[in-house]
Design a protein around this ligand. Structure first.
Ligand code: NAD
Length: 260
């Protein structure tokens, strides 16, 4: 992937997605920032990346729970920039509850946003990438794409699903110079993780510090949170020329969690 490319990162107004958008812009790529709202603050994220890294950026609103909006995101990005060379499927939500109490609407939303959205964006991006002679697809999965934890039935199911989608897409497009890989982060202290601490406290009947120590970082042998910059660096590598033969696999960035 030489010179300036155009990257679409879903769910990139905060957390891991924002760090990936910033890191790809730092490499000189144009970036499309996305979320489901359409506020001045959303557009300001894209504007700040443009002025900091001297690349072209755009904020495109698209709700990743809606198939038509997932596909329209790619169409709008291709129309604005002429191509979509890098697609990072990052948007994700979480809900923590025992499986028998898991709210049906939360199950549906997690499967839609964390799994089906990637099917839709990938399907829309493939013709655009083929036309350009290649591309990079990076799916932000999770350690929960490889192993399970209690109370996260929808999330674990969606993340295992995206691992299967990653491998299938890689096989189908291997001759098109389009690679598809996943990144499997361990716990990263982003708004998504902050938001699940109260639910984890309830589900495990523990206080905040105990949940962080005994539920979250208990899994990570390093006993440290992963940083968003470390995930972004993995994404930059997978989008580079050096990763041209890395295909249909995953990079774990989890402090050793899944080595056990
Ligand atoms: P975050 O909450 O900080 O960011 C999630 C982003 O997705 C936000 O920009 C949000 O606006 C966007 N989003 C949510 N619903 C959306 C929708 N319907 N349409 C469009 N955008 C939507 O979370 P994060 O921790 O940065 O998570 C990013 C990804 O990384 C997720 O897929 C998550 O599952 C994965 N992940 C996170 C961790 C972690 O510990 N934080 C670990 C493993 C995997």
């Amino acid at each position: 992937m030489a010179t300036r490319k155009t990257a679409v990162i879903t769910g990139s107004t905060s957390g891991i997605g924002l760090a990936i958008a910033q890191a790809l812009a730092a490499k000189g790529h144009n970036v499309v920032v996305n979320s489901f709202s359409d506020t001045a603050a959303d557009h300001a994220v894209a504007d700040a990346i443009a002025s900091q890294h001297k690349v072209n950026t755009a904020y495109i609103k698209a709700d990743m729970s809606k198939p038509a909006e997932c596909r329209a995101l790619i169409a709008k990005a291709a129309e604005k920039f002429g191509s979509v060379d890098i697609l990072v499927n990052n948007a994700g939500i979480q809900h923590v509850a025992p499986v028998e109490e898991f709210p049906i609407e939360k199950w549906d939303a997690i499967i839609a946003i964390n799994l089906s959205s990637a099917f839709h964006t990938i399907a829309a991006a493939i013709p655009v990438m083929k036309n350009a002679g290649g591309g990079r697809i990076v799916n932000i999965a999770s350690a929960h794409g490889l192993v399970a934890s209690p109370f996260k039935s929808a999330y674990v199911s969606a993340k295992h699903g995206i691992m299967g989608l990653t491998k299938t897409v890689a096989l189908e497009l291997a001759r098109e110079k389009i690679t598809c890989n996943a990144i499997c982060p361990g716990y990263v202290l982003t708004p998504l993780v902050e938001a699940q601490i109260p639910d984890q406290m309830k589900a495990h009947n523990m206080d905040r510090e105990t949940v962080i120590r005994e539920v979250m970082l208990d899994k990570q042998p390093t006993k440290e949170f992963v940083t968003v910059e470390q995930i972004a660096a993995a994404a930059v590598f997978l989008c580079s020329d050096a990763a041209a033969q890395v295909n249909g696999t995953h990079l774990s960035v989890d402090g050793g969690w899944t080595a056990a």
